[in-house]
Design a protein. Structure first.
Length: 186
């Protein structure tokens, strides 16, 4: 038993001494660390000409500009004036796709021609009492209706061509300013 106690005391003493010596910190050194050498770019200075020009990116905006609002809606098919050009009053600026209006106008002209021939025949028949006055009036009304359709379609065609009404205006940023939608206020 004595031997067992003796061994236990030795083991305990050994572990205590081991832990005491193991927990000891490393000695700190106040020696500064060596930094790598600094990389430096050098330029050899020599006399040369200096220009006063400055290059910069940006956009120039005019003091005056015109916003265009066509009366007809549609796709812009042609732009007649380049951006930034000075334009005069009455200059053709842009054209909206009007193929459907031109076809409708042509259709009305053909129908008017046929209605006028029918009206002339009915007029001759009315002179010899071949038809009554109501039939002739219906034919005459058809002619007048086609004439009104032609005038209406021509007015719509005229609205698809944008002319500038102000004299000596600078056209700027046409792609941003042309509103191809119908002007609701008009």
């Amino acid at each position: 038993m004595y031997r067992q106690k003796f061994t236990s005391i030795y083991l305990m003493a050994f572990f205590v001494l081991y832990f005491l010596t193991a927990c000891k910190g490393k000695p700190e050194t106040n020696v500064p660390k060596q930094l790598p050498p600094t990389v430096v770019d050098i330029i050899v200075v020599s006399p040369q000409a200096l220009t006063n020009a400055i290059e910069a990116n940006g956009s120039v905006v005019a003091n005056e500009y015109v916003e265009l609002h066509p009366e007809a809606s549609g796709r812009l098919t042609y732009l007649y004036v380049p951006e930034g050009k000075l334009i005069k009053k009455g200059t053709l600026i842009a054209k909206v796709n009007n193929a459907d209006l031109e076809a409708q106008l042509q259709k009305s002209k053909v129908a008017l021609d046929l209605a006028m021939k029918t009206e002339q025949r009915d007029k001759q028949l009315l002179a010899v009492n071949g038809i009554n006055q109501a039939d002739y009036d219906a034919a005459l009304n058809t002619v007048n209706g086609y004439r009104a359709d032609i005038e209406y379609n021509q007015a719509l065609l005229d609205k698809t061509i944008q002319e500038e009404g102000h004299a000596d205006q600078l056209l700027t940023s046409i792609s941003d300013r042309v509103n191809v939608e119908a002007d609701k206020a008009a």
